[in-house]
Design a protein around this ligand. Structure first.
Ligand code: ADP
Ligand code: MG
Ligand code: MG
Length: 251
């Protein structure tokens, strides 16, 4: 599904290397988690994959379903099936949440040469999926994320994901700022989307999210590289001992 090889990334503005050779393969149907200390480059990796400005790829490659991701525009990456749930969801004043979702769904369908979703079908589906994430009708009518609480913004990211039905979902610290109940809702939303043809990359600081979204593989990222890979037990080890032991072991 996602195939990243020896990815090196620097900031465009200053001469600073952030990713220093990331190797990562996420298979269809699998959930991979990335944990790691603050500042290790986890968000940068998700930004570079989705095509945010300001980063320069100096070496390496990233492919989605065999297509060179780094060579195409962000909207083409999205139409190909890439989705990023932001660590800090953006407020978009003046754009209704429902309008935003419908435009996103239909522009992707159009880019793929598929028929648009009718207004009736869209309403039915969005209401159903919003309800299961406990997003009320009022939040669907308000401008995107404007005045939403931290937890509501994160749930709204999952609603976007549920509506777009992407092939490769990247969640960047979607659990941060969530109370236990909101985290369970987010986890249920993710689990409902788990399927044979879909891959997940779940970036998180805390093991607790992984109690609810059981990962197949856990990676530890430090200083711009994946330094250790293991099963779910690796997340438990981090929970108990922090990163110090692992970092000392790989140093
Ligand atoms: P993480 O998500 O693992 O906490 P980030 O990817 O946010 O890490 O950041 C990795 C490093 O790159 C940090 O030292 C951060 O300060 C730096 N960095 C990332 N983006 C920028 C930027 N646009 N300008 C300056 N520094 C940046
Ligand atoms: Mg961080
Ligand atoms: Mg981050």
């Amino acid at each position: 599904m996602l195939n990243i090889k020896n990815l090196h990334v620097s900031l465009e503005e200053e001469d600073k290397q952030i990713l220093k050779g990331v190797d990562l393969t996420v298979e269809a149907g699998k959930v991979h988690a990335i944990m790691g200390p603050n500042g290790s480059g986890k968000s940068t990796l998700s930004y570079v994959l989705s095509g945010k400005d300001g980063y320069e790829v100096t070496e390496g490659s990233a492919e989605l379903l065999g297509e060179d991701l780094l060579d195409i525009d962000p909207e083409e990456r999205a139409a190909l099936g890439l989705f990023l749930a932001f660590q800090y969801p953006v407020e978009i004043p003046g754009v209704g949440n429902m309008t935003f979702l419908r435009t996103a769904v239909n522009s992707q369908r159009k880019a793929r040469g598929e028929d648009e979703m009718s207004a009736t079908e869209f309403l039915k589906v969005v209401r159903e999926r919003a309800k299961s994430l406990k997003i009320d009708a009022d939040m669907l009518k308000r401008p995107v994320n404007v005045g939403f609480s931290g937890g509501e913004k994160k749930r709204n990211e999952i609603l976007q994901m549920a509506m777009l039905e992407p092939k490769m979902c990247i969640l960047d610290e979607t659990d941060s700022g969530l109370d236990v109940d909101a985290m369970k809702l987010v986890a249920e939303g993710v689990n409902a989307l788990r399927s044979e043809g879909r891959g997940f990359l779940v970036i998180t600081h805390y093991q607790r999210l992984l109690d609810h979204i059981k990962p197949d593989v856990v990676h530890i990222m430090a200083n711009g590289r994946i330094v250790k890979t293991g099963g779910p037990e690796l997340a438990l080890e981090v929970e108990q001992n922090g990163y110090a032991d692992i970092l000392a072991e790989v140093a």
